[in-house]
Design a protein around this ligand. Structure first.
Ligand code: CDP
Ligand code: CDP
Length: 232
């Protein structure tokens, strides 16, 4: 018989974390939780209330209003995917746009924001059977996760993937702008004081620069099944 485990996936921006996390959750019948969407939703709230803009964030003002923010995930019956809701409204599309992308890393450096998000994330994972992706899942949110994966790929490969993804949706953005956003976020996420992006000592590295979606799933599924075997 198999035991339920927690799978923590961390890594650089746009390297395929949510793709592999969703694939794994589907195969294993687990819950998928996109922790980045939560930081994006807080950022959207800040932008809408003029607590952020022009690349800057008014930290104290945002902290003072954190209790006005409710984030939920609801299943879209048609696509079978979870969508992000901010105070009851679907914001799944809007949190993926550039204004949010270019303010989310500064918002995610704020300790009070992180504490509020981590608390919710831990509550959602308390019964295990969950795949969560982000930056601090294996280091801070679930330090005891049975499987930790640290993903990466070259910045150019990652920017190209984001570019292709936007293009497929009919949106155009310059490759250079996307590359710059990817590199800026890597720098802020890795350099911040609160829960910086770093590989947990016991994480397995997955560099998918040259792996397609099927290959990365096979790799991750094998690791997950090993950890799910009841042995102890
Ligand atoms: O999907 P992508 O890699 O572009 O980013 P994301 O996972 O949606 O996360 C957006 C931003 O939220 C990251 O660049 C981090 O600044 C922040 N984040 C974080 O600090 N901690 C997490 N657990 C997840 C995201
Ligand atoms: O969650 P994260 O920001 O790390 O990345 P993602 O949203 O899962 O993946 C970014 C883009 O790369 C998506 O369009 C994926 O379909 C694509 N991708 C890919 O082309 N090949 C892979 N092996 C993994 C992801």
């Amino acid at each position: 018989d198999n035991k339920k485990i927690v799978i923590a996936i961390d890594g650089h921006s746009s390297c395929g974390k949510s793709t592999v996390a969703k694939q794994l959750a589907k195969q294993l019948g687990y819950i998928y939780l996109d922790s980045g969407a939560m930081y994006r939703a807080v950022t959207l709230f800040a932008l809408r209330h003029q607590l952020a803009g022009n690349g800057k964030v008014n930290e104290q003002a945002l902290i003072a209003r954190l209790d006005e923010i409710t984030i939920e995930f609801r299943l879209n019956e048609t696509t079978g995917e979870n969508e992000t809701f901010l105070n009851g409204a679907n914001v799944e599309e809007e949190i993926r746009q550039l204004p949010v992308a270019s303010h989310v890393s500064p918002v995610a450096t704020i300790r009070e924001v992180r504490e509020a998000m981590v608390q919710q994330q831990q509550a959602m994972g308390k019964n295990k059977g969950i795949v969560m992706d982000g930056r601090d899942i294996g280091t801070v949110v679930f330090p005891d996760a049975e499987l930790k994966i640290f993903m990466t790929a070259s910045p150019e490969v990652r920017a190209q993937r984001r570019y292709d993804e936007l293009k497929a949706k009919g949106q155009t953005m310059s490759f250079e702008d996307i590359l710059k956003n990817v590199e800026d976020r890597d720098r802020i996420d890795s350099g911040r004081k609160e829960s910086p992006l770093k590989q947990a000592d016991d994480a397995l590295i997955l560099d998918n620069s040259y792996l397609n979606r099927e290959e990365q799933l096979e790799w991750a599924l094998t690791k997950a099944k090993e950890r799910m075997e009841v042995g102890d």
